[in-house]
Design a binder for this molecule. Structure first.
Ligand code: ZN
Length: 435
């Protein structure tokens, strides 16, 4: 199966599930991800204090519906898990239209869409429905409604998935996505699938990796906070992060910039778009958003970017039932997947070398460095291979990363890396690990 077909297969498989902050369906989601990559699943116990937060009780739903006075179900969780406000309390009672209306959510401006609502941290209940159904099925009912929400809260666990892929350097790159959304495809399923398949690619090329990778599947906010709490020391080894979400829509590619606007990862992400000839949108760092809000906080301090294709907040179907499998196509996922893979490839090669022969120029002819005469121009470069070697000898001072050197002498990072690697083989350059 090619990767586009695999995206399709897993989109179909994972889309219907009722994910939330916690619960069996989150565990089931992680189990399905295990078919793609060997993640480890950790459970953080309900009630545990994690920084300023407490892990909530586990929530599972059996059924939920609203019946009209004729006994017909006018809203049914079985038809769409978005119908029930996530983390609703159990309830069974008769209510008047007026009482029910206070607990209903719909969108007049997109009348066919069911909105997505949560009530994680205040005990409440509610239903979501399309405005069309509200007008057609609810408003004209002459008598009372019967409400039934069969769900339970219990002391349990908040489930997260993790895979660590060690490379040559212990310095890590974080890749994080969130698994807490029920049936919506762009937010957050697109990010879950791209993350899983990126992890699989990294496993394939593990022996060549310069960096180590920490890849996590967590419920948004509380999951990222809990994960950071339990791994704080390790998180400090993280060099940069990718928070992967809303990346499979029909609209334009874009990216949310790192908290530090001058950080190289912003430029590096744009390089990927330019190399592909993509038009792209740019979003400055903002305190609203996804888990970069946690990872970039002062105490954790990781600069993260997010490559998007229809970013959260920006598309009409955001947090509605129309964020579905008509909106997110496997081909769109493949496009964003390729951009992420290219970005990771660049991040990985951005390492630091020290020149072991710093006194004057080396006698180039002594070494086995050139396939040709060394005067040949490389495809994308204005410099000859020999000139690039001499630049590396001048700039590899044990501090300047390869990406900075590449920008300074205007060559492609990947090609510079290939030449630096040859110098390493000849013991002319030494890689600086764990700076
Ligand atoms: Zn969301």
């Amino acid at each position: 199966m090619d990767i586009t077909s695999e995206f399709k297969f897993y989109l179909n498989k994972l889309f219907p599930m009722n994910r939330s902050l916690t619960g069996e369906q989150n565990r089931e989601t992680l189990k399905i991800i295990k078919d793609i990559i060997p993640i480890k699943v950790h459970e953080y116990s309900s009630g545990s204090k994690v920084f300023d937060w407490v892990i909530p009780e586990e929530w599972n739903v059996v059924e939920a519906w609203v019946k009209n006075s004729k006994g017909e179900k006018v809203i049914d969780f079985n038809n769409s898990n978005l119908h029930l406000v996530s983390y609703s309390e159990p309830i069974q009672k008769k209510v008047s239209l007026e009482e029910l209306q206070k607990k209903l959510h719909f969108l007049e401006q997109i009348p066919e869409a069911i909105p997505y609502r949560t009530s994680y941290y205040s005990k409440d209940w509610g239903f979501c429905l399309s405005y069309n159904d509200y007008i057609g099925k609810v408003i004209n009912n002459p008598g009372d409604f019967e409400i039934f929400i069969d769900c339970n809260f219990k002391k349990g666990g908040l489930s997260i998935g993790e895979i660590l892929i060690p490379g040559r350097n212990q310095k890590e790159i974080l890749i994080s996505c969130y698994i807490c959304h029920p049936s919506m495809a762009n937010d957050s399923l697109s990010g879950v699938l791209i993350t899983a398949f990126l992890a699989r690619e990294l496993l394939k090329i593990q022996k060549d990796l310069e960096h180590s990778y920490r890849i996590v599947f967590v419920p948004e906010t509380i999951g990222a906070i809990a994960y950071s709490y339990y791994n704080l020391e390790k998180m400090r080894k993280i060099e940069r992060g990718l928070v992967i979400t809303t990346c499979g829509g029909k609209g334009r590619l874009g990216y949310k910039r790192a908290k530090d606007g001058d950080d190289f990862i912003n430029q590096m992400t744009e390089d990927v778009f330019y190399e592909n000839g993509d038009e792209f949108l740019t979003y400055d760092f903002d305190i609203n958003g996804s888990d970069e809000r946690q990872y970039s906080s002062i105490g954790i301090g990781i600069n993260c970017v997010t490559i998007t294709k229809d970013k959260y907040y920006e598309y009409n179907y955001y947090h509605t039932s129309l964020d579905n499998l008509d909106f997110v196509l496997p081909e769109n996922l493949k496009k964003t997947f390729d951009r992420y893979l290219q970005l990771i490839n660049k991040l990985d090669k951005n390492i630091v070398y020290t020149n072991l022969k710093p006194y004057g120029e080396i006698m180039l002819s002594k070494y086995n460095l050139f396939s040709g005469d060394g005067g040949s121009f490389l495809p994308s470069m204005k410099l000859t291979e020999k000139e690039i070697i001499l630049w590396l000898m001048h700039l590899c001072d044990g501090e300047m990363p390869l990406y900075m050197i590449a920008k300074k002498i205007n060559v492609k990072l990947e090609e510079l890396y290939a030449i630096a690697k040859k110098l390493e083989m000849e013991n002319i350059l030494r890689v600086e690990l764990d700076l």
